[in-house]
Design a protein. Sequence first.
Length: 285
Amino acid sequence: MCMMNRSDILLIHLGGLGDVCLSESTFLSLSRHFGERIIALGNKRFLQLFDEYFKDIESVETRQWMYLFAKGGSKHIWEQIIFIGKDRQGRLRKRWQRLSRLPLIFIDMYPEIATDKTHGAQSEKDVLHVESYQLRQLSSYNINPLIKTITPRHSQQVILYPETGFTKEKWDVSNFITLSERLQSQGIRVSVLQALDTPISVQNRIYIRDISRVKDLFQQGGIFVSNDSGMAHLAGACGLSTITLFSQYNPRIWHPRGTNISYVLGNNTVTIDTLVSTIMAMLTG
């Protein structure tokens, strides 16, 4: 349980795995600015992947944090609250400002244009990656924006990640299995990381429930191939070269950090042959 003192800073981030990974540079910038005073609140499993930036990490699902969302007052007053998220009506900011002694810091998690599921409607000047979008907002709070440098982890390992997701437009699981067979036939060391919601039956399957152990796997390096997913963002943050297949959102806004090649499904260039050639070039380049 968090023990708050008078100088603690509460950072609220309620996003999923991909959102948390894309905020790493924001975490770095805030930790350099505030020092070891930040208590992070959100999905604890995901925030713990970046625990070096925080004094403590708390799960928003525990009972002790209900006061943040309940009506009425609270005796819990923080030195300052930082909110990284979406708050289109400003209701959360208005409520949480009453719990923050200093003016609340609000970092809009992603640009509104990022929810547009088209890829060609935006003008070039409007296209800003989520990481850059968040960092740009820090200057208005006199916080120096710092980019977390990702060190590439080169390896001859290829990890494929087929998952069902919430849309039928994703690259099908069968395509990943065929891709795995093609790579193996060419002597490539390839593993298939099973998603929790997508049972598969292949000999080179890896099944890991603990997200921290997935991070350990990724830190061995290599190439990670997947649909647009939170796991792709974790792989990129860990230094893997990522090949990401997008079905809905603009990859220029949402692509994983680090070395990334993005493809848009529905384009004739997204074939198994194309991916085999791309992976082979990356392994030998």
